[in-house]
Ligand binder design. Structure first.
Ligand code: KOT
Length: 829
C-alpha cells in the first residue's frame, strides 16, 4: 500500500480509470501481451496453465485502474470504514467472479475463442483458495463481495495460509487428508508487498519504567516475525469499485536471523526461519471445535497485530488525532479468533502512543464489534493464562486490568454477588486458569451480534444473560446472508436468465425484487421453463460428477442433498438412518422397490482430521452407499453419492441442481446456516428443524413450502431436564430399531459388527444431539416430501415461491443491517 503522502506528480502517474479497451480485439492484445511478457511463451507453445494465468492477468489489468483509484480515494475521502478481521476467507474461484464484476464475461469468451481456446477449459484449472473451513469463512467472503458492491469503504484482513483446507480423498470409504498446495501453479490474483511488511513481536517480558515522572509499562519481545501483506482485488458488481482483501504471510525477520548467523550456527538460523514461517503455513481444519494450540494463538496475534498497525500507518494521515479513531474505523471481529486485537490496540494506544488508560479504553470500546457464530460450549475459545503469558506477556497484563476494572463496575452495579462475579469474569479459574475470549470481546465490543434471530436470542438469554443485563442495548442480531452474484448469477445461470427475463436485471443488487416471481408461480408456462432450468442444472451436475468422480447420477430422481461440514450436531446420522430405513424396507421385502420414490442422496462433508466420530460417520455413509448402490433389489431407485472434497466449486454445481435441502441440526445448535439460504435461492425445498436461519426461511417461504420436523429448542431443553434416554426411543420405534440393528449387524461392513459399533453405542447410550428423539418426526416429514414430489407441478410452484421469497437472504441486506445497527459507515459513492 502507498503511504499517505502523495508521490504522484507526473500526469501519467495514475492510469486512466477506464483501463484497457473493452473490445474483443483489445482483450486479445492484452492477453497475448501477458502470455508473451508475463509467462514468456508464445500462444503456440503455451500450456493450459500459461493460458489460464495470462487470462487471469488480463482480467486483473482491466480492474487495476479502478483499484488504484479506489485506494487513492479511500485515503483522500477519510470516511469511516470497516476493517473486517477474519482468520478465514473461503473465497472460491476468482476468475468468473472477476469477469462478471468487470462485465468482461462475453468479451473474454470471444477473445479466447478467437485464440482457439475454450474459456471453459481454463476455468477448470483454477485451484480455489480454500482459506476457510466452512460457514464462517464463506460468510466473510460473501461480506467483502457485498461491501464492494455497496461501495462501503472497507478492507478485509486475514491470513494467507500456504495450505488451505485439506483436500479430502476416500480410501475404502475412509477420509484421508491431503495437503492443499493451492499456490504451486501460480497465484495471479495476489499482489505481495514485502516493502510494506510489519514487524510482529512475540514472547519476551514486560518492564516498568519512568517516563518523566509517569510510570509506564512496555513490552520487550523475545523474537519477531515479519508480516508481509498480499493484496487481493475485491471488485464490486458492475459499480466500478474495487476494494482490498489484505492477507498476511509470515517471513523470518532478518534481524532475528542475523543474531544466530553471527553466532555461527547456520543450520540453526535456517531452522529459525522455517519456525517463523510456520505461522502462516496451514489453516487449522477444525470447524466449531477449536484446539488450544500455541501456533493457532500465534496466527491470531500475527494477523490482527499486522492489520491494526497497517490501518493506523496507512489509512490515517500522520497528524491524525487518535482520540477521533472511532470516527474513522470499526474493527469487526469475526468470532473470537481475532479478539487478541483488543489488548493489542490498547497496547499501541497506551504504551506506544502515550495515551491515558481511560481514554484509550473509551476509544477501544467504540472501535470494536463482535460477531458470535456459535452456541456450542466447546467452540467458545479459551486461552490458558500460562500460554498467553509466555507468548504475549504485555497483552495478558492488559487483559487482567480490563477484567479488574470490569469486575469492579459489576460489583458497583450488583453488589458483592460472588457467584455472578465468577460467572462474568474474563478470567476463568477452572479447569485451568484461562481467558474467555468471548467475554473479552463482549466487554470490549460496542455491539455483539448473533447470526440469526434464534441464535441472537439464545446468545442473550442462555450464554451471556449477565452481560445482556449489564450492557443494555449492546446485543443485537444480524441474520446472515449470501452473495447473489456468486450463488445465483454465476452458479445458476439458467435461473438467472429466467429471472432477468421475468423481472429485468436489477435483482442482482436488489434481491428483494425476487418477490416479483410470486405472480409467475401461477403461470404454467413459467413453471415449465423453471422446471427445465432445474433439469438442466441436474445434467450439469451429472457431467461434473462423471468427470470428477466417475459417478453416474440416475435420471429422473429427486436430488436430496446434505452438504456441510461433518459434525454430530448437524446430524448427518439422522440422514443415514433415513436412508437405511428406506433400504431396509426394500431389502426385507416389506416394501416393493417400485413403490419407493426414486431418490439420489448427495452428501458432501469434510471432518476435522482429529474428530474420530465424524470420520466414522463418513465411513458409514460411504459403506451404506456401496451396499445400497450395488443391491439389485433396490432396482436403482435409491442412490447414495458422496463426492469427496466438497468445496465452494462443487457447491456451485450441487446446490442449483438440488430438489431437497437437508437442514436437520438439533434445534438450538446451528447458529444460522448459510447453505440453507443458497438452496432456497436455488429453488430447493427445505426439510429442516426449527433452528438457526431455518426459522426465518420458513417464516418467509411459508409452511406449505417447507418441511418442518423435530423438537423445538424449548422442547429439547425440556427433554434434557426430564432425562433423555435414547434407548427408550429405540425400543419404542420399530423402524428405528430395524435401521440401527441393520447397521449393528455388519450389513454395511462385510459382516464385521465392530466397525460401526462405536456409532451404534453412541446413539443408544449417549446421543448428545438427540438423533433418536427426532427420528420418527423426520421419517414422517420425509413421507410428506415424497407425497409432495409426486405432484411435480405443485412442487415446481413451491420451488418458485422459495426463490421469490428468499431475497431477504442476500448478504447485501446483512451488510445494510451491519451498517444501520453496528458500523454506521455509509457508502461512499
Ligand atoms: C468456529 C470456531 C469457533 C467458533 C465458531 C466457529 C464457527 C461457526 N465456524 N463456522 N461457524 C458457522 O458460521 C456460520 C456463519 O455465521 C453459521 O451460519 C453456522 O451456523 C456456524 O456453524
Amino acid at each position: 500500500p502507498a503511504s499517505a503522502a502523495p508521490v504522484a506528480t507526473h500526469p501519467l502517474a495514475v492510469a486512466p480509470v477506464t483501463g484497457p479497451p473493452s473490445s474483443v480485439d483489445g482483450f486479445v492484445r492484452e492477453f497475448l501481451n501477458n502470455l508473451n511478457y508475463e509467462q514468456g511463451v508464445a500462444l503456440s507453445s503455451s500450456s493450459p496453465n500459461d493460458r489460464y494465468l495470462a487470462l487471469a492477468y488480463t482480467v486483473r489489468d482491466y480492474l487495476m485502474a479502478r483499484w488504484l483509484e479506489d485506494q487513492r480515494r479511500q485515503r483522500e475521502v477519510q470516511a469511516k470504514g470497516v476493517c473486517y478481521l477474519s482468520a478465514e476467507y473461503l473465497l472460491g474461484r476468482q476468475l468468473d467472479n472477476n469477469l462478471l464484476a468487470a462485465r468482461l464475461t462475453d468479451i473474454a469468451t470471444e477473445a479466447m475463442a478467437a485464440c482457439g481456446i475454450d474459456i471453459d477449459d481454463l476455468r477448470q484449472l483454477e485451484v480455489e483458495p480454500g482459506l476457510g473451513n466452512g460457514g464462517l469463512g464463506r460468510l466473510a467472503a460473501c461480506f467483502i463481495d457485498s461491501l464492494a458492491t455497496m461501495s462501503v469503504p472497507s478492507t478485509g484482513y486475514g491470513l494467507r495460509y500456504e495450505y488451505g483446507i485439506f483436500r479430502q480423498t476416500f480410501v475404502d470409504g475412509e477420509q484421508i487428508e491431503q495437503p492443499d498446495a493451492w499456490l504451486t501453479l501460480g497465484s495471479p490474483w495476489e499482489f505481495p508487498h514485502p516493502e510494506a511488511a510489519q514487524t510482529i513481536g512475540f514472547g519476551g517480558y514486560t518492564e516498568k519504567y519512568d517516563d518523566e515522572g509517569v510510570a509506564r509499562s512496555r513490552w520487550v519481545p523475545g523474537w519477531t516475525v515479519q508480516a508481509v501483506p498480499y493484496n487481493y482485488m475485491v471488485p464490486g458488481y458492475h459499480n466500478g469499485r474495487v476494494n482490498t482483501l489484505r492477507l498476511w504471510s509470515a517471513v523470518a525477520s532478518s534481524a532475528f536471523d542475523l543474531r544466530i548467523f553471527n553466532a555461527g550456527d547456520y543450520a540453526e538460523a535456517v531452522r529459525a526461519q522455517t519456525f517463523a514461517e510456520n505461522i502462516s503455513k496451514v489453516l487449522y481444519p477444525e470447524d466449531s471445535t477449536p484446539q488450544g494450540k500455541e501456533l493457532r494463538l500465534q496466527q491470531q496475534y500475527f494477523f490482527v497485530a499486522a492489520s491494526i498497525h497497517d490501518f493506523l500507518e496507512h489509512s490515517l494521515s500522520p497528524d491524525f488525532d487518535l482520540a477521533n479513531l472511532p470516527d474513522r474505523v470499526i474493527f469487526q471481529l469475526n468470532d473470537t479468533h481475532p479478539v487478541i486485537a483488543v489488548p493489542e490496540l490498547m497496547r499501541v494506544l497506551v504504551d506506544e502512543k502515550g495515551m491515558k488508560w481511560d481514554a484509550a479504553w473509551a476509544i477501544t470500546q467504540q472501535c470494536f464489534a463482535y460477531t458470535c457464530h456459535t452456541l456450542l460450549p466447546e467452540a467458545l475459545e479459551m486461552w490458558s493464562v500460562d500460554l498467553l503469558g509466555r507468548l504475549l506477556p504485555r497483552h495478558l497484563e492488559i487483559i487482567y486490568r480490563i477484567n479488574d476494572e470490569f469486575l469492579a463496575a459489576v460489583r458497583e452495579r450488583f453488589g458483592d454477588d460472588e457467584m455472578r462475579i465468577r460467572n462474568m469474569s474474563i478470567i476463568a479459574d477452572f479447569p485451568e486458569r484461562s481467558v474467555r475470549m468471548a467475554f473479552l470481546a463482549t466487554v470490549a465490543g460496542a455491539k455483539v451480534n448473533g447470526v440469526a434471530e434464534l441464535h441472537s436470542q439464545l446468545l442473550r438469554e442462555k450464554v451471556l444473560p449477565d452481560f445482556d443485563e449489564f450492557y443494555p442495548g449492546k446485543f443485537t442480531n444480524v441474520t446472515n446472508g449470501v452473495t447473489p452474484r456468486r450463488f445465483v448469477r454465476l452458479a445458476n445461470p439458467g435461473l438467472a436468465s429466467l429471472i432477468t427475463e421475468a423481472l429485468g436485471a436489477g435483482w442482482t443488487v436488489d434481491l428483494e425484487r425476487l418477490r416479483g416471481l410470486e405472480a409467475f408461480a401461477e403461470d404454467p408456462e413459467f413453471r415449465a421453463k423453471f422446471a427445465e432450468v432445474k433439469a438442466a442444472n441436474k445434467r450439469r451436475l451429472s457431467d461434473v460428477l462423471r468427470t470428477r468422480d466417475g459417478f453416474e447420477v440416475s435420471d429422473g430422481h429427486m436430488l436430496d442433498v446434505m452438504v456441510k461440514r461433518l459434525h454430530e450436531y448437524k446430524r448427518q446420522m439422522l440422514k443415514v438412518l433415513h436412508i437405511v430405513t428406506l433400504y431396509e424396507g426394500i431389502a426385507s421385502g416389506r416394501v416393493a422397490a417400485a413403490d419407493v420414490q426414486p431418490r439420489t442422496f448427495i452428501f458432501g462433508a469434510k471432518a476435522a482430521p482429529g474428530y474420530v466420530m465424524a470420520k466414522r460417520i463418513i465411513h458409514l455413509i460411504n459403506a451404506v452407499g456401496s451396499v445400497v448402490n450395488a443391491d439389485p433389489r433396490v432396482e436403482g431407485r435409491l442412490q447414495v453419492l458422496f463426492p469427496p472434497n466438497y468445496n465452494v466449486t462443487l457447491a456451485e454445481r450441487v446446490i442449483p441442481a438440488a430438489d431437497l435441502s437437508e437442514q436437520i441440526s438439533l434445534a438450538g445448535k446451528e447458529a444460522s446456516g448459510t447453505g440453507n439460504m443458497k438452496f432456497a435461492l436455488s429453488g430447493a425445498l427445505t426439510i429442516g428443524t426449527d433452528d438457526g436461519a431455518n426459522v426465518e426461511i420458513r417464516q418467509l417461504v411459508g409452511d406449505d413450502n417447507f418441511f418442518l420436523f423435530g423438537m423445538t429448542e424449548p422442547e429439547v431443553e425440556a427433554l434434557w431436564a426430564k432425562g433423555y434416554k435414547p434407548s427408550d426411543f429405540y425400543q419404542a420405534d420399530e423402524g428405528l430399531r430395524r435401521a440401527i440393528d441393520l447397521i449393528a449387524s455388519g450389513a454395511f461392513s462385510g459382516g464385521d459388527r465392530s466397525t460401526f459399533e462405536p456409532i451404534v453405542s453412541n446413539l443408544l447410550y449417549d446421543d448428545r444431539f438427540m438423533v433418536l428423539a427426532d427420528y420418527a418426526s423426520y421419517i414422517a416429514a420425509q413421507a410428506r416430501v415424497d407425497a409432495a414430489y409426486a405432484d411435480q407441478d405443485a412442487w415446481t410452484r413451491s420451488s418458485i415461491l422459495n426463490v421469490a421469497r428468499s431475497g431477504f437472504f442476500s448478504s447485501d441486506r446483512s451488510i445494510r443491517d451491519y451498517i444501520d445497527r453496528i458500523w454506521h459507515t455509509p457508502p461512499v459513492l
